[in-house]
Design a protein around this ligand. Sequence first.
Ligand SMILES: Nc1ncnc2c1ncn2[C@@H]1O[C@H](COP(=O)(O)OP(=O)(O)OP(=O)(O)O)[C@@H](O)[C@H]1O
Length: 274
Amino acid sequence: MNETTRGPAVADKAATTDEPYLELRGVTVRHGERTVVSGIDLTLRPGEFLALLGPSGCGKSSLLQVLAGLARVAGGSLRLDGADATEGLGQRVRVGYVFQDHRLLPWRTVGQNIEIAMKAAGVPKAEWDERIDRFLSMLRVAEHRTAWPMRLSGGQRQRVSIARALAVDPDIVLMDEPFSGLDEVTARAMRQELTRLHETTAVPTLFVTHSIREALFLADRVVILSQGPARVLKTLDVPLVRPRRHEDSALTRLADEVVADVLREWEPTEGPAS
Ligand SMILES: Nc1ncnc2c1ncn2[C@@H]1O[C@H](COP(=O)(O)OP(=O)(O)OP(=O)(O)O)[C@@H](O)[C@H]1O
């Protein structure tokens, strides 16, 4: 990664402004002839945690892949920090990507997995050692640095994959349902950790989920998507104070309201009329 094409440093990512850091205009994604994402408009502000909430199969992962530059847009445009980024954000800035499954290489140790990501992102080799220690410690898995991924629990592997995403000093983090494979107790602990990390790093984050409660627990704003092909139904400013608690009655009430709101739109047999 060319340093001149990098985005702002971490401290700047927390800047409080309503100017969008990332802007999607009419983004459409197709797999072959099939449209899976249809004309999405959304913005991500500096330092913001934005959840993309939609039913299973609506096209959330496909949209995230386009943002990362792992697939191409079929229509519309992306702008990042005011400049065109339609080819994918990875062309302009460092992207930390956390997949639904951990995607750790089984024949490399935890530390080596993180090294590979930093090498690919152009992080200077002199920083690798300190960064591996720092981010594994932040995610509370430092003692597993020399372990093989297969020796870790699912939750520990996902912690490592988040450490790997943050270790590349990302300008933006994209997360694709990273906790959906974990038991609820572990997932709750991980959501708490993620909130803490985001408060520390303030890296703008797009978090994809089909869980209404998860979106409301984590995000500053939630973009609610329709059944596929995904389009934006509405954007919600989450009115819950921080720190949030999973068992908060206000969170439960809000989740129930959102469920009632999207029920007809998400119901496969009674989907949207248009
Ligand atoms: N590479 C691909 N080629 C063809 N079709 C695909 C491909 N990837 C996904 N699809 C299809 O596109 C649609 C959207 O899939 P996508 O994985 O983006 O949805 P999602 O909202 O992330 O789903 P989930 O919440 O279940 O992970 C699905 O019908 C899926 O079968």
